[in-house]
Design a protein around this ligand. Sequence first.
Ligand code: ZN
Length: 370
Amino acid sequence: MTTQSLSGRSPQEHYETLYSALLEADMYNIAQADKEALLLPLFKLLHDWHLTRSVHYHRLFGHTESPEEALAELPYLAVRLFKQLALKSISEDQLFRVLQSSGTTAQVPARVFLDKDTSARQSKALVRIMQHFIGKQRLPMLIIDSPAVMDKSEFSARAAGIQGMAFFGRKPVYALNNDMSLNEEAICAFAKQHNNTPVLLFGFTFMVWLHFVKALQRRNLKIALPKGVLVHSGGWKKLSEQQVDNSTFKQTLKSLCGLSHIYNFYGMAEQVGSVFVECEAGHLHAPLLADIVIRDPISLAPLPIGKVGLIQVLSVIPTSYPGHSILTEDKGQVLGVDDCSCGRKGQYFAVLGRLPKTEIRGCSDTGDKA
Ligand SMILES: [Zn+2]
């Protein structure tokens, strides 16, 4: 089953045309109904695309119709299938890179198979989305991680995140040594040089807290980066165990480093590029290239605004692997549509942690396998 457009273009050409138009549009200025109308044909193409190219996707969804009216009709893969199956829609010779998620050592890592096109699309999408928040200028950059993370032979999601964000920085300085201790000398030199100019700081949430904030506190050290912008990402799980929530995180960084511009984003290693960034009002926003559906953890039916359920993430980016629609194991709720006080359009939402392991067993591994 392939989608042949009326103009006779191949599905790939059709996809590229629609995708380019989206990438050029404003990421946050299109109302939800109009956005869905733009996204639906792209997801239909992606569904058919992966049906004809991924053995596993075809086995699971070969009898599922492509969505006709709503994004919520799109079938979804359970995120843990990326640990269990080699999910790819490309041949071996098209393979450019395999991204490994940084799971805990006890877990099998997820594998994401990228070709050059998907990889390039991921980078460009991240740039379009983050530029909206941090501007187009390349800023001196403090990476809150150790340089060793980039050396590993297997490309980790952490390394991919740093590489993606490095586009916004120049003259990168690593805040941590290879043993994850604070590189006090490097940080102090960075702060001294840039104490009155805009800089970018980037790190994964738990690294920023455990290896930067805590280390500064232990050493009774404060640095002044009043014009700095901190972008951070990654789960709150490790931090909520330490009773650290988003507002504590922000207040502590303000008092230690003078930082008042802090942007958290939610994203998956399985959908690099289409990230959900937190706005000034503290809400996560879906950019034009992505969206979410909240589903009941037991029935998997879509839930209305305000109801807490599992987060399904949709992204128009991946063509090299069937990762355009994934049911996560994260809990969340849609807070509103088109009416956030920050002025951005579309859905905005909150992530409310992980579903406990016991609850996950209740839901199907494969989504709405027909
Ligand atoms: Zn907002």
